[in-house]
Design a protein around this ligand. Structure first.
Ligand SMILES: [Zn+2]
Ligand SMILES: [Zn+2]
Length: 201
C-alpha cells in the first residue's frame, strides 16, 4: 500500500521529464538526419546487407504445405511477388521444384515458429559458387499467423522478398518502402525500384 502512495505522489513529475526526453530524442533525430539519409537504404553485400539475386527472374516455391497457417501467408506472399516485384525490371515465376541438380529455386518459403517479435526471416542458404555476392537459394520463413494482422503479413512478405534481392532496411523517416521495418508499408519505394533493383537486374 505504501508503495502505491509513493508512486502516486511522484507522478506529477513524470510527464514533464518524459516530454523533455521526447524533445531531446527529437533533437537527436534532427542532428542525425544527414547521416541517416546517406546510409538510408544499403543495397547488397558490399554495403553490409544481403546477397543479390542470382538473375532477373526470381523463382519461388511454396513449401508451406497445408499446415502451420500456410493459407494465411500464401495470399500475401504471392501478392508481394505479383504487385511489388513483378512491376520492377525483375520478373517472378512460381515453380514446383526445390532444385534440379544445381539449379535451385531462388526463394523457398514456408511457415515456421519464430522467436517474437520476428514475423519473417530471410536467409541465404547457398551462394552462387562463381559469385558469392549473389545467392542461389534463399529460405524465407514466416511465423504462424496467430500474432500477425493481414497488413503485417503483406508488409512482411514484401520486406522479406526485398532482402532476397539485396535490399537492406530503410531508415529514412519519410520512406514509403516496406523495407522500413517500423511501418506497415506494403510496397517498395520508387527509390528501391529505380535506384537499386532496376539498375542491378
Ligand atoms: Zn531449400
Ligand atoms: Zn528485415
Amino acid at each position: 500500500m505504501s508503495d502505491v502512495s509513493l508512486g502516486r505522489s511522484t507522478r506529477p513529475t513524470r510527464p514533464a521529464s518524459f516530454l523533455r526526453l521526447l524533445y531531446l530524442a527529437g533533437l537527436a533525430v534532427l542532428f542525425a538526419l544527414p547521416a541517416l539519409i546517406a546510409i538510408a537504404n544499403p543495397f547488397g553485400p558490399t554495403e553490409g546487407c544481403c546477397r543479390y539475386a542470382d538473375s532477373s527472374t526470381h523463382t519461388w516455391l511454396d513449401a508451406a504445405g497445408t499446415g502451420g497457417g500456410a493459407a494465411a501467408w500464401e495470399f500475401y506472399f504471392e501478392a508481394a511477388m505479383d504487385y511489388d516485384l513483378a512491376p520492377t525490371d525483375m520478373s517472378e515465376a512460381e515453380v514446383t521444384y526445390h532444385n534440379i541438380g544445381t539449379n535451385y529455386v531462388d526463394v523457398e518459403w514456408y511457415t515456421s515458429s519464430l522467436e517474437p517479435p520476428a514475423i519473417g526471416v530471410a536467409q541465404c542458404i547457398l551462394d552462387v559458387p562463381a559469385d558469392p555476392t549473389r545467392c542461389n537459394h534463399w529460405h524465407v520463413r514466416f511465423n504462424y499467423p496467430t500474432s500477425s494482422t493481414a497488413t503485417q503479413r503483406h508488409h512482411t512478405a514484401c520486406h522479406e522478398i526485398g532482402h532476397t534481392v539485396g535490399l537492406d532496411h530503410e531508415t529514412s523517416p519519410t520512406s514509403s518502402s516496406c523495407m522500413k521495418s517500423t511501418t506497415s508499408n506494403v510496397t517498395f519505394s520508387s527509390h528501391d525500384t529505380t535506384v537499386h533493383i532496376n539498375p542491378k537486374y
